[in-house]
Each structure stands twice: as C-alpha cells, then as structure tokens.
Design a protein around this ligand. Structure first.
Ligand code: FAD
Length: 361
C-alpha cells in the first residue's frame, strides 16, 4: 500500500509525485490517459504569467519562486533522462501602456524590465515585429520550456527512478470512511492509501468529494504552430492576449483562445483564422509560413487563477492540487514545493492561506 496516491498525470501530478517520491514517500500515480497528454502537453510553456501585474499577489509569489527553480529542475531532468526540456531565455515583449500597476509589480519583485518606445527601439529587440508593435514592456529574463519535452522528461524521470504509475486508468471515486480517505476506486478495483492528492486538472471537481467545493472548470485554449527556421523570431511577443513563441527548432506557436464551453477539445477554423490574423499583425513574416498543426487543451480554470494547494477541510488525508488555470507551468514548480510541505507536515515555505479550500480562487 503506497503512502500517497496522486490522481492525474499532468505536470502538477507528475511533479508532485516525483517530489514526494524523492523525499522518501511511497507513491502511486494514476492517470486516465497517457501521462502528460492534456493541458500540460498543449500549453505554451512561458515561465511567466501573461500580464503578471493583473494577478493577485498569491499567484506572483508562486511564479517568482518557480522562475528560480526551473533551471535546476530542467538540468536534473536532463541528467536523469537525457531529455532536454528546451528551457530558453527568450525574453517577453508585451505591448502595453506603461502604468502604475506595472511599476509597482516591477519594484515589488525586482524584475529586470525596460519600457520601450518607438518602432526602431522595438525592432532592436525583435527585428521580426510588424509596425503595430511599436511600444511596450521588455522583460529580457523571461524563460520558456517546451511542453511536450518537459512532460516526456518527467515521464522518463519516473522510469529512471522506478516511480510507480498506471496509465489509461481513470479514478472513479475517492473512498472515504469516518471523515478520512481510505483510497480510490479505479477500473473496478480499490487502491488504498492514507493520502490522496487530486491533481486532475480541469477534471478536479468531478469527484463526489470535490464537487461543489472545488471550483475548477475547463477553459479551452486553441493554439496553432508554424513551421519556420531557427532565428526567424527570437522573442516571445504578446499583445492583447495573443502571443507568438519561438521554439528552438524554428517552429513558432501562436496562441491562444479562451473558451468556456465544457470538456470539448475540438479545433475550429474560426480560431485558426483569429490566431493567424493576430499572429501576422505581431510578426508579418508568419503570413508566408505554413501552419503545421492546430490543437486545443483544457486549462484547469479558476476565476482568479489562484490554485488550490491544500488539504480538504473536512476529509482528512484528501489534498487538492489543482486550478492553475493559464499558469500551470510557471506556478508548478513552486506549487509542488508547497503541496509537499503540507503533505509532509512541514512548515510551509510560504503562507498557504490563499490556496485553501474556502479562499478566493
Ligand atoms: C493553449 C494553452 C496555453 C498555455 N500556456 C501556458 C503557458 O505559457 N505557461 C503556463 O504556465 N501555463 C500555460 N498553460 C496552462 C497550463 O498548461 C496548465 O495550467 C497546466 O498544464 C495544468 O496542469 P495540470 O497537471 O493541473 O493539468 P493537466 O495537464 O490537464 O493534467 C491533469 C491530468 O489529470 C488526468 N485526470 C483527470 N481526471 C482523472 C481521473 N478521474 N483519473 C485519473 N486521471 C485523471 C487527466 O487525464 C490529465 O492528464 C496553457 C494551457 C493551454 C491550454
């Protein structure tokens, strides 16, 4: 019998299980599909919230800590598995007016940034931008990882350490007796453990024990990918919620839509057109590149983007680690540290109140 069962194998579940295992716990991760096949595969991998100054402090606490953790984590994964998660410091150029919220945020977190004005000054940072990108905030230190690579590296790390997991096995129910978790039922069998972590992404509110108390729901994001050459675009560029992300091999991602239409992952020609038009406005040369692929992922949406990182308040041994919305990669590494502190009854590295069940999310 493991000490802890983790339900869900996206980045949040994978990193939680790996961390607990490396700290000496016996864990078992159960995943209804393939590991890392949902939102964690589909995302852009930007290691920063878009417009961080619009978020609650509790989101930025996690984001700023994660930024420090990623280089070490990615190096560890590379050493263990030989898989490079393609962590690169592309920087992020955001088209925005300068304002007080930005200034306060920059000061509070000591972020290296410069406000840039005028087309020539912007082109000196990213020569590929179009005339619409003529002012904004340049943050040279913002990193990105490549989602399919980091989920493959995490999976390979499970194999490297022989961390137990099962794929294609959906958890149907959480077993509870006298206010304590006993285990889970999945595929007609019971799996027992004294601690259960719900890390089921957009599906986290679907269990009897979480329905009505955990307010996480799917928010579809569609993305398109261009086939380009390395060097055509160097920086991540963001304007009015649309962004382009250059990958190491020359591919360029353009995202993303925000659609609250339930558990639906179909892609649409309307979304492709919207993303393409926004992308060529930012970077005109994309008009000449073939769109190689389009996909959608279901973000674990919460109203304010503040995740749940807590023990259930009436069911002992049940932990919720979900609701990272648009920021599961950037918040993930730090979020996992907090979850592990709570599960292991250690003093948490940050104030956990904002992530509890009845806080605002
Ligand atoms: C288009 C798009 C762009 C994004 N860009 C960024 C970005 O640039 N930066 C960033 O930080 N974040 C980004 N995100 C958000 C980020 O991808 C998510 O916040 C993150 O992947 C959430 O991870 P997760 O593990 O909670 O969820 P998921 O990756 O969805 O994993 C949850 C897992 O639980 C499994 N599961 C569900 N129910 C059960 C069950 N009953 N039994 C067993 N398993 C179950 C699912 O199959 C799934 O694999 C983006 C997302 C999208 C869609």
């Amino acid at each position: 019998m493991p000490d802890c069962i983790i339900v869900g194998g996206g980045v949040i579940g994978l990193m939680t299980a790996r961390k607990l295992f490396l700290e000496g716990m016996d864990v078992l991760l159960l995943e209804k599909g393939p590991l890392g096949g949902e939102s964690s595969w589909a995302g852009g991998g930007i290691v920063s919230p878009l417009y961080p100054w619009r978020y609650h402090e509790s989101v930025n606490v996690l984001a700023e800590r994660s930024k420090k953790l990623y280089p070490g984590l990615v190096t560890q994964l590379l050493d263990e598995t030989g898989i490079d998660s393609e962590l690169i410091t592309s920087g992020l150029f955001t088209v925005t007016e300068n304002n007080q919220a930005i200034q306060q945020w920059l000061q509070q977190w000591s972020v290296d940034a410069q406000y840039i004005s005028g087309p020539d000054a912007v082109k000196a940072i990213e020569p590929a931008v179009g005339p619409a990108v003529d002012h904004g905030l340049w943050m040279p230190d913002i990193m990105q990882v490549r989602n399919p690579k980091i989920v493959s590296a995490l999976k390979a790390s499970f194999e490297h350490h022989a961390i137990p997991f099962r794929e294609q096995l959906a958890v149907d129910d959480i077993l509870i007796k006298n206010g304590r978790v006993r285990g889970v039922s999945a595929g007609g069998e019971n799996y027992y453990a004294e601690k259960i972590v719900i890390a089921s992404g957009a599906w986290s509110a679907q269990f009897a024990a979480t329905r009505g108390t955990v307010n996480v729901s799917p928010v579809k994001g569609q993305m398109i990918m261009y086939r380009g050459e390395p060097g055509l675009l160097k920086r991540i560029v963001l304007s009015e919620g649309h962004y382009v992300i250059p990958r190491c091999d020359g591919r360029i991602l353009a995202g993303s839509t925000l659609e609250k239409i339930g558990f639906d992952k179909t892609v649409s020609t309307e979304a492709q057109e919207e993303l393409h038009q926004a992308a060529i406005e930012l970077v005109p040369l994309l008009a000449d590149l073939p769109i190689e692929r389009q996909w959608a992922g279901l973000r674990p949406g919460t109203e304010k983007g503040i995740p749940y990182i807590c023990e259930h308040d009436t069911i002992q041994g049940l932990y919720i680690h979900a609701g990272h919305f648009r920021n599961g990669i950037v918040l993930g590494a730090a979020s996992v540290e907090l979850m592990a502190d709570i599960i292991q009854n250690r003093r948490p590295w940050c104030d956990p109140v904002a992530y509890t069940l009845h806080a605002e999310h």
